[in-house]
Design a protein around this ligand. Structure first.
Ligand SMILES: *[C@@H]1O[C@H](CO)[C@@H](O)[C@H](O)[C@H]1NC(C)=O
Ligand SMILES: *[C@@H]1O[C@H](CO)[C@@H](O)[C@H](O)[C@H]1NC(C)=O
Length: 360
């Protein structure tokens, strides 16, 4: 007696779902086995393969085709150890035969177990002339079927696909923790691409992930804290594909970091730079680095206990006697402001040559 039977199975869109629980009483063992094998495979009781629609493959490399299939329930018992997997490009043309993989048009290896309805297959050393549509065929002692309703388009290219960066642009404030992900397709499981970053600013974590269509993708996540030192830095990820024929090809993708930060290194310069005669012209310049750029500059002079505004442009022309008291500038952008050091101009009285500019 079986009271309750719960299994995971694949639904129409190829996601694992929990099947409704079922109460089965006094079923024959054969019924139960049939039910179990049906729900554990894809799409109960129909002729169907689950394969990707397209796969891009690098010329000279291999491709692993994720594949599972199902047959009408009455043929289940025919799927046994006598079965072999074939891949065809049209009804007449067999390009791969798992019973004779070495003399197939495309050599390869059946990776899946057909009695478990797993037809995953690796095809080796793909060439541009192999860019075609393919479908799966199963041949057993008492059963054979072309699954030509589902076709896989294999596209063999001379250049590897460009890795993708997520996010594709990087515009953050200083201090933010950033995770940049680089992803590169890994169609040939024995030769996944190696991913490297130009700037190893932080922690790197690599993994092989699966797309919804069960093809694989190599990913590398670079995690770091945004610093203004990285502003305008080009960050690039390179995927190196080592191919089965021994050669290798690499392809990169990059972005330029835009790190925003409040004004830094705010400094005052004074021209002329030495002690100046009374009433001569002096030019004060305030400079600062900031992203976004400095929105406003303000000049202050310390007048007794108060700070008096002297001007609001980054360059200020004054007469020497106007600023006998200490002064400084302040730079401001959307993220904050910063003061320069306090400076003072020494005014040269007639006959006095000992005075000079002093930094406090
Ligand atoms: C394939 O799967 C069947 C059923 O689970 C198992 O008995 C058999 O040993 C497997 N064959 C291989 C080669 O792993
Ligand atoms: C500050 O600015 C000055 C003048 O532009 C420059 O020489 C100096 O290297 C800067 N210092 C820092 C820490 O950015």
């Amino acid at each position: 007696f079986i009271q309750l039977l719960e299994k995971q199975c694949l639904n129409e869109s190829n996601q694992m779902v929990k099947c409704p629980s079922l109460t089965v009483k006094q079923f024959s063992l054969e019924h139960i086995q049939r039910f179990v094998s049906c729900v554990s495979a894809a799409l109960c009781g129909q002729f169907k393969t689950i394969i990707p629609q397209t796969i891009e493959v690098l010329s000279g490399s291999c491709v692993t085709i994720p594949c599972s299939f199902d047959v009408e329930t009455r043929f289940n018992s025919n799927i046994d150890e006598t079965c072999r997997a074939l891949w065809k490009s049209d009804v007449q043309t067999v390009v791969f035969d798992s019973s004779n993989p070495q003399s197939s048009t495309i050599q390869g290896e059946l990776k899946g177990n057909l009695t478990r309805k797993d037809c995953t297959t690796t095809l080796n050393n793909m060439r541009p002339e192999h860019s075609k549509e393919y479908f799966f065929r199963v041949e057993c002692n008492n059963f054979r079927h072309n699954f030509h309703d589902q076709k896989l388009h294999i596209s063999v290219t001379d250049d590897p696909p460009t890795p993708t960066l997520t996010p594709s642009t990087l515009k953050v404030e200083e201090g933010t923790s950033v995770s940049l992900k680089c992803s590169a397709p890994a169609p040939c499981l024995s030769h996944p691409p190696a991913l490297t970053w130009t700037s190893s600013l932080g922690h790197i974590q690599e993994s092989l992930q699966e797309n919804q269509d069960r093809t694989k993708v190599q990913t590398s996540v670079l995690t770091f804290t945004a610093s203004r030192l990285y502003h305008r830095l080009e960050m690039s990820c390179t995927a190196i594909y080592n191919k089965q024929d021994g050669s290798s090809q690499s392809v990169s993708t990059s972005l330029t970091a835009d790190i925003s930060y409040p004004p830094k290194n705010t400094t005052v310069s004074v021209r002329p730079s030495g002690p100046v005669p009374e009433n001569s012209r002096v030019t004060l310049t305030c400079s600062s680095t900031a992203n976004p750029a400095v929105r406003s500059y303000t000049w202050y002079r310390a007048d007794g206990g108060r700070e008096v505004v002297m001007g609001t442009r980054n360059v200020l022309d004054i007469t020497a006697s106007e600023v006998s008291s200490p002064f400084f500038c302040k730079a401001e952008n959307d993220l904050g402001d910063e003061r320069s050091n306090t400076r003072q101009i020494e005014v040269l009285c007639v006959g006095d040559t000992t005075l000079k500019i002093r930094d406090n």
